[in-house]
Design a protein around this ligand. Structure first.
Ligand code: ASP
Length: 458
């Protein structure tokens, strides 16, 4: 694309990065610090403090009230105040009042939820474009969905490329696009991440910087492990494993567009711009030296699982046993997570939500299908994933994990390691969940940090 000599970075800023005028100032100084930061994708203003409400949520509230023919003026006035405060503090020439009047009128006429929610990004994009003196591109013109609300990748790429080819810089609001008839359609919540990824792919960016309020992806949940270390480099595959198990970093669908184009994602902190953050890269370009140095990359987990335990003598010799059990689940529309088995036993681990209300039917259908000696459901299970591309080259990783748990007198209910050796999944009782994460973190991260300090002191 244009001006390749400066390099090209797409920078997406999340809601907390643009929550008020002070945050806008930080964003501007980040963008102006590098000429390559040319395409900017903003979210709607997020929370300024923990009890605050996101603009997107306020817009949903307005739409709901409007649809019920109730008065939404109070919520709309609060939205207006927030945008006007930003515009005034930054002395912008753009006055959002007229746009807000249009939004109010459209809501009264029965505007959709998607239209209402999208206005958060739309207005914030206009404010930011004015503040940066960058041109504004309405995402409805360049992000295309089909009638089912599915993103049209080919058309979107063509529209984005065509629009941006002669624009050295632009602000493109996140989260929404439009259908073929121009009706506004949004991604699911957090979808500005996807817009950033699409723009990065369209302009063939060198990197997609995703600016948020944490200094990168952390090795473990900071609510469980205080001051958890930041992961320097993580592969898309590892990130997917950790995200699946509850680590919230990026919208799941934000990975695919850039991954297919080989563009790395850099998670950065708007409030700490000097921190390098986390680099998300393709597996084959993950430099082993750039690893965290802890063998593992991260630990994540979730509560809320249960196990269907089935026992039958000579189960191993019974052809089709497994298939018959899984057919029961399939017919009831239940998907499972893991299936560890012994000679005469098998367990199926699945989420409590997936089986809720169907427990009795599942057990009776399994009994009919395979006539087991015993079959029951055990509740209160947590799953924990220890993820790391470095594990496949390192002996003793499993030993260290289970030694850490054994020393803490934690009983392991299930172990699962795929042959990719990218992760080890452990099933535990809910009550042991947090302590397990702390113990494993301690074994792999704190012990390494302590060793380094000892070496430095000797
Ligand atoms: N503003 C939208 C949300 O709150 C989209 C985003 O921030 O990515 O989900």
């Amino acid at each position: 694309m244009t001006e390749k000599q400066n390099g090209c970075k797409v920078v997406k800023f999340g809601g907390s990065s643009l929550a008020d005028a002070g945050q806008f100032e930080k964003v501007k100084s980040i963008i102006t610090a590098e000429a390559a930061r040319r395409y900017v994708v903003p979210s709607a203003p997020g929370k300024r403090f923990s009890a605050d409400t996101k603009i997107t949520d306020m817009l949903y509230t307005c739409q709901k009230l409007a649809a019920e023919e109730k008065d939404f003026s109070e919520t709309l006035a609060a939205i207006r105040t927030r945008y006007l405060e930003i515009a005034k503090a930054l002395q912008l020439s753009f006055d959002p009042s007229d746009e807000l009047d249009i939004i109010a009128a459209r809501l009264k006429e029965g505007a959709t939820k998607d239209y209402a929610a999208s206005r958060g990004e739309y207005l914030n994009g206009m404010l930011l474009a004015d503040y940066l003196q960058f041109p504004f591109v309405d995402a409805a013109e360049v992000i295309r969905f089909n009638e089912n609300g599915t993103l049209q990748m080919t058309e979107t790429m063509a529209l984005l490329r065509n629009k941006l080819k002669d624009m050295p810089c632009a602000v493109i609001p996140g989260f929404y696009g439009a259908g073929a008839n121009g009706e506004v359609i949004t991604f699911s919540r957090g979808g500005s991440d996807i817009t950033g990824s699409l723009v990065a792919r369209a302009v063939r960016a060198d990197i997609y910087e995703n600016w948020t309020d944490v200094s990168g992806v952390l090795v473990a949940d900071p609510r469980i492990v205080k001051n958890a270390a930041v992961i320097n480099t993580i592969t898309y595959e590892e990130l997917r494993e950790l995200s699946y198990m509850g680590a919230t970093v990026l919208h799941e669908d934000a990975i695919f567009p850039v991954r297919a184009a080989g563009i790395p994602i850099n998670i950065r902190n708007t409030n700490e711009p000097s921190a390098p953050g986390t680099l998300i890269v393709a597996g084959d370009s993950a430099d082993s030296d750039a690893q965290t140095g802890y063998t593992i990359t991260g630990i994540a987990g979730k509560k809320g699982f249960c196990a269907i335990n089935i026992q039958k003598a000579m189960m191993n010799a019974e052809l089709g046993f497994c298939r018959k059990v899984l057919t029961v689940l399939e017919e009831l529309g239940i998907s499972f997570e893991h299936m560890p088995s012994g000679i005469d036993t098998m367990s199926i681990i699945l989420s409590e939500d997936s089986i809720k209300g169907k427990e009795k039917t599942v057990l009776s259908k399994i009994r009919q299908a395979v006539n087991p000696d015993a079959c029951d459901i055990e509740h209160g299970i947590s799953l924990l994933a220890v993820v790391g591309r470095g594990m496949c080259r390192t002996r003793g990783t499993a030993a260290r994990i289970f030694a850490a748990l054994a020393h803490a007198r934690i009983n392991v209910k299930m172990i699962d390691q795929g042959s990719s050796e990218l992760n080890i999944i452990i099933g535990l009782l809910d009550g042991d969940f947090e302590e397990s994460i702390r113990r494993i973190y301690d074994m792999f991260v704190n012990s390494v940090v302590e060793e380094v300090i000892e070496e430095q002191n000797s």
